[in-house]
Design a protein around this ligand. Sequence first.
Ligand SMILES: NC(=O)C1=CN([C@@H]2O[C@H](COP(=O)(O)OP(=O)(O)OC[C@H]3O[C@@H](n4cnc5c(N)ncnc54)[C@H](OP(=O)(O)O)[C@@H]3O)[C@@H](O)[C@H]2O)[C@@H](O)CC1
Ligand SMILES: [K+]
Length: 530
Amino acid sequence: MTELLTAAQMRAIEQAAIASGTVTGLALMERAGAGVVKAILAEWPELAEGRQASTGALPRTPGYFRTENAGRRALVLCGPGNNGGDGFVVARLLRARGWEVRVHLYGDAAKLPPNARANHDRWRGMGDVSRWAAASILGQAETMAPDVIVDAVFGTGLTRPLPPEVAAVMTALPAGRRVAVDAPSGLCMDSGRVLGAAAVCATLTVTFHAPKLGHVLAEGPFRCGVLRLVDIGLGPQDRADRNAHAIVRLEEGTGQLFKDPHAHKFDHGHALILSGGPGRGGAARLSARAALRVGAGLVTLGCPPDAMAENAARLDAIMLRQVGGEGLAQVLADRRINALCLGPGFGLGALQARHVAEALDSGRALVLDADALTLLARDAGLFAMLHADCVLTPHAGEFTRLFPDITARLAKPALGGPAFSKVDAARAAAARAGCVVLFKGPDTVIAAPSGACRINAAVYDRAVPWLATAGSGDVLAGMITGLLARDFGAFEAACTGAWLHVEAARSFGPGLIAEDLPEELPKVFRGLRL
Ligand SMILES: NC(=O)C1=CN([C@@H]2O[C@H](COP(=O)(O)OP(=O)(O)OC[C@H]3O[C@@H](n4cnc5c(N)ncnc54)[C@H](OP(=O)(O)O)[C@@H]3O)[C@@H](O)[C@H]2O)[C@@H](O)CC1
Ligand SMILES: [K+]
C-alpha cells in the first residue's frame, strides 16, 4: 500500500540512505533530475524530436551535444536549496540533448547547499545563470517561447510564503508546459495548502520515491496537474519512521471482502438502518440497499409506525421493522443485529436523540451520519458516549459543527510550514471523539483514535466529480455499516467502504446518481475476482 510521506519523513529517508553509505546525495540529485527529464519526454513525446525535425533543417550544435532535440527551448527557474540543485541537473541534461536552456537563480550561488552548488558549477560549464529579476524572467518567458518552464525554486523545504519577487513570476507564468520539480513552488507538501497566497499551477509535477501528503490533500492535485513518481533508488528498507501510525497510507486495498463459501447468511451479520418519518425514507433506503449489496447477510430498516406503509411498498430483500416511541431495546434484543446506521433522513427531534443514545449504549458497531452528527454536535452528553466501534462520517459542514475549534485551525491562513492539514484535523477529531472519523471530500481522510490514518484520494486519474450527487453520502454510510455487519473493524470498514464507494462511481462513470452506486458493486466485486 502506498505510503504518503511528510517532508520531514522524506528528508529522514534521504539522510538515512546517505548515512548508510549506499548512495550519495549527489547521486540522488542526479537521479532526480534525470527522472524529471524522462518524465517530461514521456508526457510530451513530441519534445523528443527537434523543432525543425520534420523539415530536416536541424541546426548544428557544437561539441558533444546531441542534436535530436535541437530547437527545443527550456526556461529553468532554480531556488536556493536542493530543489534548485535538481533544476541545474535538468538544465544540464536538456542542454546535452541539444535544447536551448536559460537558467535563473533565486538566491546566492555561493550559499547553495553542497550538492546544489556542485550541480550549479557543472551547469556553469555549459551556460549562464541569471540573477532573479521578475520582469526579465517574464519577458524571457514571452520572447523565448519555451517548450517547457521548469519550476525548481522550492520543494519540500518550503517553510513560508513565496517571497514577493518569486510570487510575481510564479503567478504570471504563461500557459503551456509548466513542470514542477517535486512540488509546485508555494505549496506546502505536508498539507496541500498554499503558504500565503501564491503558488505555481503546474501542468506536470514530478516527485521522488513516494508521493507526499501535499500531493493529494486540499489544493495539491489542482496545483500539481499531472503527478508522476520517479524511483531514485531509495529502497523500501529506507523507512523514515518505523512507527506505523506516523505514516499515512493511500487507501487502495479491498480489506477482507472474500466470503467463505460455506458460511450462512447470519455469518455475514445483520445490519439495522434507522429511517425518518413518512416522505423522508429515501436516504435510509439507499443506505440499506448499500449495506445489503456490500455483503451484509441481512439488513433491516427500522422506521416509525407512520412510515411503515411507504417503506413496505419500496422494499423486498430488506426487512422492515417498526421502531417508534418504545425505543430500540426490543429490536436490539436480537443479538444477531451487530451493526447499526443512524442519520440519513433521520430527523433531529428528542426521540431521534434518544435513539442515538440507545444505539450508543448498546455497544454495537455503528455508523453515525447526517442528522445523527448534528444531534451529536448539539449534545455533549451524547458525544461523550461515542466508543471505539463507532464511525463518524462528516462532510466539511458537519465536521465544522462537531469540531468548530479544529475547523478554525484549518481555516486560518497558512503562513508557515508544515501547515495544519486535513490529516491533522481528522486525527485530532478521532482522538477527541474516541472513535473513527471519516472526513469526506475528494481527499477523504480516515483517522482512528490511535493515530492510524489513511487517505482515500479520489484525485488525478481517480477523480470522480460525478460522485458529488444527492444521496451519495447515504450510500457510503450504508456500505460502511454493511462491512461492520460483516465483522470488519471500524477503521477497516471505513477505509474499505470509502474505497468501494469511489470504485463504484468510477465503474459507473458520468451520469451517476446515488441509486446506481449499490447496483454497481457487483461489477466492482467481479473486477476484484471475489
Ligand atoms: N536531500 C537530497 O539528497 C535530495 C533532495 N532532493 C530535492 O531537494 C528538495 C529539498 O531540498 P531542500 O531541503 O534544500 O529544500 P528546498 O525546497 O530546495 O528549499 C530550501 C531552501 O529554501 C529556503 N526557503 C524555504 N522557504 C522559503 C521562502 N518562502 N522564501 C525564501 N526562502 C525559502 C530555505 O531557507 P531557510 O528556510 O533555511 O531560511 C532553504 O534555503 C526536494 O524537494 C527535492 O527536489 C532531490 O534532489 C533528491 C535528493
Ligand atoms: K518546485
